[in-house]
Design a protein around this ligand. Structure first.
Ligand code: ADP
Ligand code: MG
Length: 255
């Protein structure tokens, strides 16, 4: 049965999508079956996995509105090595449409049940908000992976996310927990980043993953080739760090 994780942080540009696609590629390289669910109308995880968001006949939008099943809407990315339930701009409208519907926060959960046996991991790339879309992700997940940059305001933003996760845990999904905080775009030459990293460890202890993802230009270039960095340039420092992270993640979960 699949274990389901949200990659979440309500700030934009902190590395959620990069973490999602590279963790997915890293897990698939160690032989695990992975589905990436793109819950961001920007569709970056879709494009970054080599699936053209403009050409989607069915997407996560149709799944949320129960017009299609995941089995019908998913696509296999041979290059990336995993399946993708894609998103595009259409998803922006789902927020408004869902508000009026029953089980509006459980739509994704219901749909995933039917494909849970097909995967070891489902990774959900969340949008940069604590919206109804993110809530759909949090309601079906066993845990949350939080990518973060070690910058001054990072800790402040984290408390909002931690509170939301606590509320969802208390009211909607008792299984939900923070699996870990992943330090990304890390530059050890910057003293502030080292300081924030130490604060994180002091505060969150072993919830901070051991693996650190360095700032690495190859990770930023990869999406323009429709590939996760792990596939685009396996020898790069960034790719190696994500492969290491995939191993840490699967070891932590006993997968
Ligand atoms: P989010 O999904 O949280 O908005 P992204 O994963 O899209 O964030 O990352 C934001 C930008 O930073 C993208 O241009 C991405 O390519 C770049 N980026 C992410 N991680 C790294 C990294 N480790 N090194 C260099 N650039 C990175
Ligand atoms: Mg993103």
């Amino acid at each position: 049965m699949a274990r389901i994780f949200c990659i979440a942080n309500q700030k934009g540009g902190v590395g959620k999508t990069t973490t999602t696609v590279n963790l997915a590629a890293g897990l698939s390289q160690i032989g695990l079956r992975v589905l990436v669910v793109d819950l961001d109308p920007q569709g970056n995880a879709t494009m970054g996995s080599g699936v053209d968001k403009r050409a989607l006949e069915l997407s996560v939008y149709d799944v949320l509105l129960e017009n299609a099943t995941i089995a019908e809407a998913r696509q296999h990315s041979a290059k990336a090595g995993y399946d993708v339930l894609g998103a595009n701009r259409e998803l922006a409208g789902a927020e408004v449409e869902l508000v009026q519907l029953e089980r509006r926060d459980r739509r994704l959960k219901g749909a995933l049940v039917a494909v849970a046996a097909d995967y070891d991991f489902v990774l959900i790339d969340c949008p940069p908000s604590l919206s109804l879309l993110t809530l759909n992700g949090l309601c079906c997940a066993h845990g949350v992976v939080v990518p973060m940059q070690c910058e001054y305001f990072a800790l402040e933003g984290l408390s909002d996310l931690v509170n939301t996760i606590k509320q969802v845990h208390a009211n909607l999904n008792p299984e939900l927990e923070i699996i870990g905080l992943l330090r990304v775009m890390f530059d050890p030459r910057i003293t502030l980043q080292q300081q924030v990293s130490e604060q994180l460890k002091a505060h969150f202890g072993d919830k901070v993953f051991n693996t650190v993802i360095p700032r690495n230009v190859r990770l930023a270039e990869a999406p323009s080739y429709g590939l996760p960095g792990v596939v685009f340039d396996p020898a790069s420092k960034g790719a190696q760090a994500f492969v290491e992270f995939a191993k840490e993640m699967s070891a932590r979960l006993g997968a």
